[in-house]
Write a protein that binds this ligand. Structure first.
Ligand SMILES: NC(=O)c1ccc[n+]([C@@H]2O[C@H](COP(=O)([O-])OP(=O)(O)OC[C@H]3O[C@@H](n4cnc5c(N)ncnc54)[C@H](O)[C@@H]3O)[C@@H](O)[C@H]2O)c1
Length: 379
């Protein structure tokens, strides 16, 4: 079968991961990349052996069935609408759109044209996260009752030579920027969310850029930077969530789920691999074997020297194969919208001082079958 032809709009930082992922794939092929900064698209095109085109050229190319939206959160909705208007399926980086209201309009536009919407993150498809789900589904920790998830860092984005301003602006902040990894993996483990609540604060209203050509520029922080919240799941469990750009160091793990028969610790949901650990009633911690699942072997050396499994793009591969085989895709728009509703719900809860019910439906995504490689999706 011919690979499904893909276009990428947005040739910034994260496009490297997607282009690396596509280069490994036999099932999809990146036909073209576009960016409003022509030189950015050209640089990525040269590095990865794909074609650089304008956004209009990409949108009018009849061979491209699916376009991946890797632009910034504040223009996700606009670019996704352009893709849908051009008659193509869209897979968007997170958050699906900068606001929940915009997401509804994108989903509606796609439905009207019988097109699909996919949404990052796809990290829950990684070996560590699928193996953790198998532990829960096998009943090894009994009925999940509670949990805790944590992403807390002293965001150093203002220290980059090319600072990521957007993480301090509307559509950014620790909850909208990082929360989707945690909530998506929680939905994979526990199912849909019933309601959320939180208190949020902003400790540092301005940050000064300390490195590179923009040194001295002041970034006004427009969003809360410290959230403590709680999610209640339809299945009954409740999970504490802490998300912050304000923490120099801490000692909490990324994700823990507590069941009636044991506890499960899950590695960083920003990546695909790592080793979950389980402690069954009265027992010590034991490593969970992830080797039967694809997408867990470290394949990327990070700036700090550590190795991580980064298979971004497999959500797109699954979506492309789902289109071919007329089945649902896993990293889908309904789940991304459910996640966005909850992420926005934390802020609403903090402002209004009450719980916020989550209204959008969302099914637990299908598990990833055991196997060696992306062929697991070709069914
Ligand atoms: N950087 C990361 O590590 C990372 C990780 C995971 C997800 N993401 C997500 O990926 C998205 C992109 O992040 P990034 O870090 O690559 O940002 P970036 O600023 O490096 O790149 C964004 C690119 O989009 C282009 N662009 C903006 N508006 C456009 C438009 N209307 N049409 C065409 N191109 C347009 C910009 O010129 C820029 O090249 C964000 O949603 C972010 O949340 C980033």
């Amino acid at each position: 079968m011919e690979p499904v032809k893909i276009g990428i709009i947005g040739a910034g930082n994260i496009s490297n991961s997607y282009l690396r992922g596509a280069a490994r794939s036999k099932l999809i092929k990146v036909k073209a990349i576009a960016d409003i900064r022509t030189e950015a698209a050209q640089a990525k095109a040269k590095a990865f052996g794909v074609e650089a085109v304008t956004v209009d050229e990409l949108l009018s190319d009849p061979e491209i069935e699916l376009a991946v939206n890797l632009t910034l959160p504040m223009v996700h909705a606009d670019v996704s609408h352009q893709i849908i208007s051009a008659g193509k399926h869209v897979y968007s980086e997170k958050p699906l759109t900068a606001t929940f209201a915009e997401a509804g309009l994108v989903m509606e536009a796609a439905r009207a044209k019988n097109l699909r919407v996919g949404g990052a993150p796809d990290t829950f498809l990684g070996a560590a996260h699928q193996a953790a789900r198998a532990v829960i589904d096998a009943g090894r920790i009994g009925k999940p009752v509670g949990g805790a998830v944590t992403f807390m860092t002293r965001s150093s984005a203002h220290r980059y030579a090319n600072p990521s301003f957007f993480i301090f602006k509307q559509g950014g902040g620790p909850m909208l920027d990082m929360g989707a990894y945690y909530l998506t993996q929680l939905i994979n483990l526990l199912g849909p969310i019933k309601r959320v609540s939180a208190i949020s604060t902003n400790g540092i209203p301005q940050r000064e850029v300390v490195q590179g050509p923009l040194t001295g520029a002041v970034i006004d922080v427009e969003v809360p930077t410290f959230y403590n919240g709680v999610l209640e799941f339809l299945g009954g469990a409740n999970v504490a969530i802490s998300m912050s750009w304000e923490v120099h160091r801490h000692r909490r793990s990324h994700m823990e789920i507590y069941g009636t028969e044991g506890s499960l610790v899950i590695p960083d949901p920003n990546f695909f691999g790592g080793t979950p650990q389980i402690a069954e009633a009265g027992g010590d911690w034991e490593n969970v074997d992830i080797s039967a699942y694809p997408f867990g072997t470290p394949n990327r050396v990070m700036d700090d020297g550590r190795s991580e499994a980064d298979y971004r793009m497999i959500g797109v591969v699954d979506m492309a194969m789902a289109i071919r085989h007329s089945r649902p895709h896993r990293a889908n728009g309904d789940m991304a919208m459910h996640v966005l509703e909850a992420l926005e719900g934390f802020e609403q809860s903090s402002v209004e001082g009450q719980h916020v019910a989550i209204t959008t439906p969302c099914a637990r995504p299908a598990v990833v079958p055991q196997g060696a490689d992306e062929e697991v999706f070709d069914a």
